[in-house]
Design a protein around this ligand. Structure first.
Ligand code: SF4
Length: 453
């Protein structure tokens, strides 16, 4: 895996003021939901003219609905440990951040955290951990197994430091659905500056981890730049190039692309965020990801405000974390007791996030189906490109809201959820799917659970 930085820089320099005609041609192609080339993505990233930007945003919103329907997947992160041997200048977990309360949760404590999330209604959890060999592979596998054994979590995803192929294979065998690791910045000189010490210094070992993960059997991997470390156009285009590489080599695009924007952390070693990324820039990045790699889930984190996360849904974001705590033990022990990786801005509960997703005209979803039925990797990419995921995602979203409604909803939210289900059912145009969906809803009402297509 090589990121051709000369090619990326050349493409970004080529197009400073693209004409409206050129953008129209690119958007016509993008609207089909089959993706774009790197040059076309670079052209869109160079747009700053407000009217052209609006057209990009509108097309991205339409492509989102074409490939995944109105559903927005909700999940929660669960931090295992904030010990870390790396010295990343922008991170609250950096090893020089002395005097801070460090914790590595015991597997039993991880189970308690996951049970708390399950009690809120979550079915999907993302385990997150720092890099420290004392809490390495065996520890992570113990945590994964303990959560599956002792809670009703249906799928566990993992954001953990890069490792070798054998270890990745063991993580896959333990039941991890999606393996995530973020390159932070694809710009090698900036990467080296930002990662002065620790194993994370090794740019190539990190960059190549997704190849190793796919060789180890992961169909689904999650990538992402940490926006603000370097010129966002470079890192956005490099992220797209990374996904193209995975598609060419393994037949599967990145399953998710996350879009964290750098925010000050405790012991922030940088004087300021090196490269400002405005709200408008972030919307453009999301839209260009959506149009270039339409099969990818685009994940907006709680680093962003509630209002802005709602805006991102309209330009192509498809996944939101909710109720997030970024400190180990944060769900059972409270927000500030142990060190957070970064401060969160959106503190809303799961039902509050569900409500705002519905208010924006979308459908919250707690679906976990694809990872569990093997609809992953190449199969997932091809099904999504062919347009056949939209109706499955929409139907599964309806089933998961119905289940949430039966098991968790309080009086104040029941009416809102019922209305959302009825409106979504009205949108189902395929009579066979509608009948199958109504049958499954009846089964849920009779007490069956975990139904899906
Ligand atoms: S059907 Fe698959 S892609 Fe759609 S929401 Fe469920 S798990 Fe995600």
């Amino acid at each position: 895996m090589v990121i051709d930085s000369h090619q990326i820089e050349k493409l970004l320099k080529e197009e400073k003021q693209p004409s409206a005609e050129k953008i129209s041609t690119i958007l016509e192609k993008a609207a089909q939901g089959k993706g774009l080339g790197l040059r076309e993505a670079a052209t869109l990233l160079s747009v700053s003219e407000p009217l052209l930007l609006q057209r990009i945003f509108k097309t991205a919103g339409e492509v989102k609905e074409k490939v995944f329907g109105k559903r927005v997947v909700l999940f929660a992160p669960l931090y295992l440990s904030n010990y870390c041997t790396n010295g990343c200048l922008y991170c609250g977990f950096r090893n020089t951040n002395k005097g801070m309360d460090r914790t590595a949760l015991e597997p039993s404590q991880v189970v308690a955290e996951a049970k708390t999330l399950e009690g809120m209604g979550f079915k999907r959890v993302l385990l997150v951990t720092g890099e420290d060999p004392r809490w390495g592979l065996d520890y992570i596998i113990d945590c994964v197994k303990a959560v599956y054994k002792n809670t009703g979590m249906r799928i566990i995803h993992l954001n953990a430091p890069p490792t070798d192929t054998d270890s990745l294979r063991k993580l896959k065998e333990a039941g991890v659905g999606v393996y995530q690791s973020f390159q932070e910045t694809y710009h090698r000189p900036t990467y080296e500056l930002m990662h002065p010490t620790g194993r994370k210094k090794d740019y190539d070992f990190r960059l190549e981890v997704m190849d190793r993960a796919m060789e180890a059997g992961f169909g689904d991997v999650g990538i992402g730049p940490l926006l603000g470390l370097y010129d966002f156009r470079f890192d956005a285009l490099a992220s797209i190039a990374h996904s193209f590489h995975l598609y060419e080599k393994f037949g599967a695009h990145a399953h998710t692309i996350s879009i964290p924007r750098l925010r000050p952390a405790e012991d922030f070693a940088l004087k300021e965020v090196p490269y400002t990324v405005t709200d408008e820039d972030l919307k453009k990045i999301v839209a260009v990801f959506r149009l270039s790699v339409p099969t990818a889930g685009i994940v907006a984190s709680t680093r962003e405000t509630a209002e802005f996360r709602s805006e991102l849904l309209h330009v192509g974001a498809t996944q939101l974390s909710a109720a997030s705590r970024t400190n180990p033990g944060g769900y059972t022990r409270g927000e500030k007791e142990t060190l957070e990786q970064f401060s969160t801005t959106d503190h809303r509960s799961l039902i509050e996030v569900m409500g705002s997703v519905i208010d924006e005209g979308y459908l919250p979803s707690l679906c976990t189906t694809c990872y569990r039925v093997g609809r992953v990797g190449h199969e997932f990419t091809e099904k999504t490109l062919s347009g056949s995921m939209e109706k499955l995602c929409q139907a599964n979203a309806i089933l998961t809201i119905k289940e949430y409604l039966s098991d968790y909803a309080q009086n104040g939210s029941r009416e809102m959820l019922e209305k959302a289900i009825n409106m979504a059912l009205n949108d189902v145009s395929d009579p066979a799917m509608k009948k199958a969906l109504l049958d499954k809803i009846k089964e849920l009402e009779e007490g069956k659970r975990d139904l899906y297509f």
